[in-house]
Design a protein around this ligand. Sequence first.
Ligand SMILES: Cc1cc2nc3c(=O)[nH]c(=O)nc-3n(C[C@H](O)[C@H](O)[C@H](O)COP(=O)(O)O)c2cc1C
Length: 194
Amino acid sequence: MIVGSLRRGSFARKIAQNVLPMFPEGYEARIVEIRDLPLYDFDYDDPEVTDKPVPAEYTAFRETIRSSAGVLFVTPENNRTIPACLKNAVDIGSKPNSDVSWKGLPVGIISHSVGRMGGYSSQKNLRLALSYFDMPTVGQPEAFLPQSPELFAGGDTIVRESTVEFLREYVDRFTRVIQEGGTQAGRGGRGVPR
Ligand SMILES: Cc1cc2nc3c(=O)[nH]c(=O)nc-3n(C[C@H](O)[C@H](O)[C@H](O)COP(=O)(O)O)c2cc1C
């Protein structure tokens, strides 16, 4: 899972932490941190630039993504799009062209907002940013979580049972996309639980 917020009290992170235990047996779900990824600079990936080696953080991130069975994003919305930290991670995973980390990787997206729109525009923008990578995607249901603070009632656990149930169904759907789509997309079933 990748969380599109860096702040300590992030509702996106809380949502992700509530979703992690919903994965069925056989999955090792965890949050992959994006905080320490240096800002994307193509010089690092440009073979003609020899004095700027690829940062170790890029290599580790790319290897983690490539060895994953799927990626589930949880993101808020900043100024009607995805937060810069998340776009940075998307860009880092998109290079080099010869080995795009995202390519064919099953993907799910949960967006949230403290307002009423559930991060609609953020989620659509994330889909757009990923649209080049031929990623099998959870089409329905779409997961927009509005008024996210109310989900937690001041704590860390989602208290609204209908949302918990919805998220369980979402994870179920996502794991089905992994089972079906991961193989279809030619990732060779790498790391795909059977
Ligand atoms: C720079 C900035 C821009 C924001 N823009 C939007 C926005 O376009 N739409 C929206 O619904 N909320 C917006 N918000 C409010 C965020 O949804 C809110 O801060 C939310 O709690 C951030 O997610 P997090 O709790 O996971 O960190 C914005 C917040 C910040 C700091």
